[in-house]
Design a protein around this ligand. Structure first.
Ligand SMILES: Nc1nc2c(ncn2[C@@H]2O[C@H](COP(=O)(O)OP(=O)(O)OP(=O)(O)O)[C@@H](O)[C@H]2O)c(=O)[nH]1
Ligand SMILES: [Zn+2]
Length: 333
């Protein structure tokens, strides 16, 4: 079953047995209030409702529909957040973006792990551990396809110059920030990173050891206190949690979602014609492509090649786009 129990995450809906007409007898929830899912733990949801922390469970009408961190939900029942209280989630609002984790042998479904994120922060150390460009490419595809803006965050610049890695992403126009540790052990580059996170809901992804926790603790100074609060309610802490956790950015203007242990994304569903929409200048050049053209390197009459030959497209940008296209089907953790 993998890391997530089936109650926590999105399922492909099975046809439901219907014992009575759909439109009749359906409860309406006029008294429901709005909540934000900040963490999920074994079928229990921690919500924020008007600034209060409220524990909730899914109400029966939701069936097997997934509820994930970042979801905006409608809630009924005891929404006071009092000790021992448990509210009920009756509705999940439409999602503006989704990040899916990869399918694997244990679980063949690409499940949504977070929703409504505006920015995917790809945290990569420049050394120790070594960067994995193909993994970065896959993360970028997840961002473009899932409706999130990507941000490259290159850490540990005190160990290695960022230029080589940056040159790979420049022609794609991916925004980036660099951080490093100073001789006095303070992290340099946090202000600029903080600026990028302001007003956004950002999910941070990265391999173990890249410095993600270091960044989160610096950007959310009361992360410990906050998680202490969650602890008291759920008995689970950030470092033992098996779920993503949403934290308010310092200053209150933005959210950070930390994803302990989540390193890979499901891209099997990604369609080439969707990916190219993230690059409007290239998309425009594919208007005369043969029907069904994937715009990959081996396509015989792709408009991208015509545009490069005519000097209308930057060959580096085209080949970078094609590298991303190919990264869909390469697994690299
Ligand atoms: N040289 C250098 N080391 C750093 C920097 N940032 C963090 N580290 C160190 O890298 C190690 C890993 O940092 P963490 O913040 O624990 O990394 P993480 O990505 O959260 O790793 P997990 O907790 O395993 O997921 C720690 O020893 C940090 O002190 C940096 O900018 N430069
Ligand atoms: Zn094409």
């Amino acid at each position: 079953m993998g890391r997530y129990s089936e109650h926590d995450v999105e399922h492909y809906e099975r046809p439901r047995r219907r014992t009575r007409p759909r439109t009749k007898d359906r409860p309406t929830y006029d008294d429901a209030v709005d909540g934000l899912v900040v963490t999920v733990d074994r079928g229990r949801f921690t919500l924020l409702i008007d600034g209060r922390t409220v524990m909730a469970m899914k109400a029966r009408p939701l069936g097997r529909k997934g509820v994930v961190v970042g979801d905006r939900v409608r809630v009924v029942g005891d929404v006071t957040g009092a000790d021992g209280s448990l509210a009920r989630i009756v509705e999940v609002q439409e999602r503006t973006s989704t990040l899916r984790r990869t399918a694997d042998d244990d679980d063949p479904v690409e499940r949504v792990i977070v929703a409504n994120v505006t920015q995917l922060v790809v945290v990569t150390a420049l050394a120790d551990p070594e960067p994995r460009p193909r993994w970065i490419d896959r993360a970028l595809v997840a961002a473009y396809d899932g409706g999130m803006a990507p941000l490259l965050c290159l850490s540990k610049a005190d160990l290695e110059d960022p230029e080589t890695l940056l040159s790979t992403y420049r022609s794609l126009g991916v925004p980036w920030e660099v951080t490093r540790r100073d001789a006095d052990r303070t992290i340099v580059g946090l202000d600029a990173l903080h600026e990028r996170l302001r007003g956004e809901t950002s999910v941070l992804i990265g391999h173990s050891g890249v410095g993600k926790s270091t960044l989160v603790n610096a950007l959310v100074p009361d992360a410990r206190r906050e998680t202490g609060h969650v602890n008291a309610v759920t008995g689970q802490g950030r470092h033992t949690s098996t779920s993503a956790l949403m934290l308010p950015l310092e200053g209150g203007d933005g959210w950070i979602i930390d994803t302990p242990g989540i390193r890979s994304f499901g891209l099997a569903h990604v369609q080439p014609e969707h990916l190219i929409e993230a690059f409007p200048d290239l998309d425009e050049m594919t208007e005369d492509c043969p029907r069904g053209c994937t715009h990959a390197e081996d396509e015989p009459e792709c408009g991208l090649d015509v545009a490069v030959a005519d000097g209308e497209a930057d060959p580096e940008r085209v080949s970078s786009f094609r590298r991303l296209l190919a990264a869909r089907s390469i697994s690299d953790y």
